[in-house]
Design a binder for this molecule. Structure first.
Ligand code: SAM
Length: 291
């Protein structure tokens, strides 16, 4: 029997592009201190989280994002022990980080407690780590920027699992923040941030590459297909003090649960199409910008 659609949820991905999904039901809606939060049960993507009208994650494709933002830096690092997650309130990144047996502590700093509560209630598959009590995980409510600024030489990997550069996420896309990340990381530390779509957000990617390169000798972009996000093609920017993903050896821990990541996919994600390669080489100005 065909699913019954009772509502539509829409993300305005640029001034000229909207993505609308038919939903069986709007499961939750609230205005938190920081953002407008919706959980919808969409027909194509299943339950999904929407913040300020922006699609954040869905049951159907979160694993591509969660695996790629986590296993790439954690497998590139020779021995990731102390990990900081900035944002990541849905819990998918914490879930993946905790799969690494080298990891001794994971601190997650999410600014909006409502996102954590809603993920636990409506997205338990994604929020699994927030529902279990692994003693390695500490979840704090607060501003990730202040957390990073207060740290020095503490972390092996910082994962910036943030929303778009609007609202509370804005300060996470600045040269000052990346400099603070570099200070907070140990000598062979690695930082990763989600940096939107190479088709829709070229100016953002261009600017982030330049800003990260001010503080990290190795600044690299990698990509993955994420159907829910603008253009279905997403990017991540990695800043490393010593580990070059194109030249360093990668760890190959056993990750049998993965549905997207494997070592070859991780390495191949740094092989960029020509238009993206020129963008990050900074030898071509961005074609378009929707933000
Ligand atoms: N996978 C998602 C994406 O790319 O759209 C991001 C997931 S996660 C829900 C993003 C989280 O970052 C949000 O819950 C938001 O509240 C949090 N956030 C935004 N700015 C923050 C800040 N300055 N400090 C800590 N968390 C922040």
């Amino acid at each position: 029997m065909a699913a019954t659609q009772t509502a539509w949820v829409t993300e305005e991905q640029s001034p000229s592009v909207k993505l609308s999904l038919a939903a069986r039901e709007i499961l939750h809606e609230e205005q938190s201190e920081f953002q407008h939060i919706v959980v919808a049960d969409s027909i194509q993507f299943g339950r999904m989280l929407i913040l300020d009208g922006v699609f954040q994650t869905s049951i159907a494709d979160e694993w591509v994002y969660s695996e790629m933002i986590t296993h790439v830096p954690l497998c590139l690092h020779p021995q990731p022990r102390r990990i900081l997650i900035v944002g990541g309130g849905d819990g998918g990144t914490a879930r993946e980080v905790l799969r690494h047996t080298t990891v001794e502590s994971v601190e997650m700093v999410e600014i909006d407690p409502a996102v954590i509560a809603i993920a636990k209630k409506y997205l338990p598959e994604i929020a699994a780590a927030l529902l279990q009590d692994d003693p390695r995980l500490t979840v704090t409510v607060g501003d990730g920027i202040a957390k990073v600024e207060a740290a020095e030489n503490e972390y092996d990997v910082i994962i910036v699992d943030c929303s778009d550069p609007i609202g509370p996420g804005k300060g996470l896309f600045t040269a000052e923040f990346y400099a603070a990340c570099a200070r907070a990381l140990k000598a062979d530390g690695i930082m990763v941030q989600q940096t939107e779509s190479p088709f829709f957000h070229q100016q953002l990617i261009f600017d982030v590459q330049q800003a990260v390169a001010k503080s990290f000798p190795m600044t690299r972009l990698y990509t993955a297909p994420i159907p829910l996000y603008p253009s279905g093609y997403h990017s991540f920017t990695l800043g490393a003090k010593t580990r070059d993903p194109l030249a360093s050896e990668w760890r190959t821990p056993s990750l049998p649960h993965c549905r997207y990541y494997n070592t070859e996919i991780g390495k191949a994600a740094f092989v960029l199409p020509e238009f993206v390669r020129h963008l990050v080489a900074r030898d071509e100005t961005p074609m378009t910008s929707s933000k």
